[in-house]
Design a protein around this ligand. Structure first.
Ligand code: 13P
Length: 249
């Protein structure tokens, strides 16, 4: 049985005051950590604060991106090593907003994922098709290329230290969710594709769904056999909603 993982991607939201309110809200609630792990991914400026506040709690901290470089003349970049020093253990890589606005390629995401794992971080590697891809019947072609590219030269060992997130671009922030069946189909496709690298690792790897996950649709999505958790945007900004999502399991 794969354990579920519920991750909150706060995107560009969360001053220190807002982070304090949201995290205190989460800490005052409860969830069954034998069923699911919880990760919050605040912006870079709140990571240190979150790392301190959540130390020793059941809630882990993730970053939303990181540099492929170790250190040096890379203005505004943040390295894996820096993330580790503030209590971060996960990093989202290749989110569609990074792909779209920062031209991140599968190759770059692949390189970052290897650097993250080498440093001891768990990458949450994102893939997802656009509406145009889906409407033209290219979902599997696009997702297949993204999986092959982002997991290029991955061994079973690297797969065992990674998490995948399937986020259809057309479902992000739109209130349009993939139906549980649509999501399940793509998750199964992804798992089969990974089985081409290593069968056992494909059975173990967590594949999260993201795209307008809310308290009222979480249960039906998370009960699909190949959906092992959620990557939540908007609903992760309200402690009650985020707790309801993890408690829908
Ligand atoms: P929403 O839940 O706001 O649709 O965002 C999903 C997402 O992009 C999480 O990474």
């Amino acid at each position: 049985m794969r354990k579920q993982l519920i991750a909150g991607n706060w995107k560009m939201n969360g001053t220190i005051d807002e982070t304090k309110t949201l995290l205190e809200g989460l800490l005052s609630g409860s969830f069954d950590s034998s069923k699911a792990d919880m990760v919050v991914c605040p912006p870079f400026t709140a990571l240190s604060y979150a790392g301190n506040l959540l130390k020793g709690s059941k809630i882990a901290v993730g970053a939303q991106d990181m540099s492929v470089h170790e250190n040096g003349a890379y203005t505004a970049e943040i390295s894996a090593g820096m993330l580790l020093t503030v209590g971060v253990s996960f990093v989202i890589l290749g989110h569609s907003e990074r792909r779209q606005y920062h031209a991140e390629s599968n190759q770059m995401i692949n390189a970052k994922a290897k650097v993250a794992i080498e440093a001891g971080l768990t990458p949450i590697i994102c893939v997802g098709e656009t509406l145009e891809d889906r409407e033209s019947g290219n979902t599997e072609t696009v997702i297949g290329q993204q999986i092959d590219g982002t997991l290029f030269e991955f061994s079973a060992e690297l797969l065992n230290k990674s998490v995948i997130a399937y986020e259809p671009v057309w479902a992000i922030g739109t209130g349009k969710t993939a139906t549980p069946e649509m999501a399940q189909d793509v998750h199964q496709f992804i798992r089969n594709r990974i089985a081409g690298i290593d069968k056992e690792a494909a059975e173990k790897i967590q594949i999260l769904y993201g795209g307008s996950v809310k308290p009222d649709n979480a249960k039906s999505l998370l009960s699909q056999p190949d959906i092992d958790g959620a990557l939540v945007g908007g609903a992760a900004l309200k402690a009650d909603d985020f707790l309801k999502i993890i408690n829908s399991l």
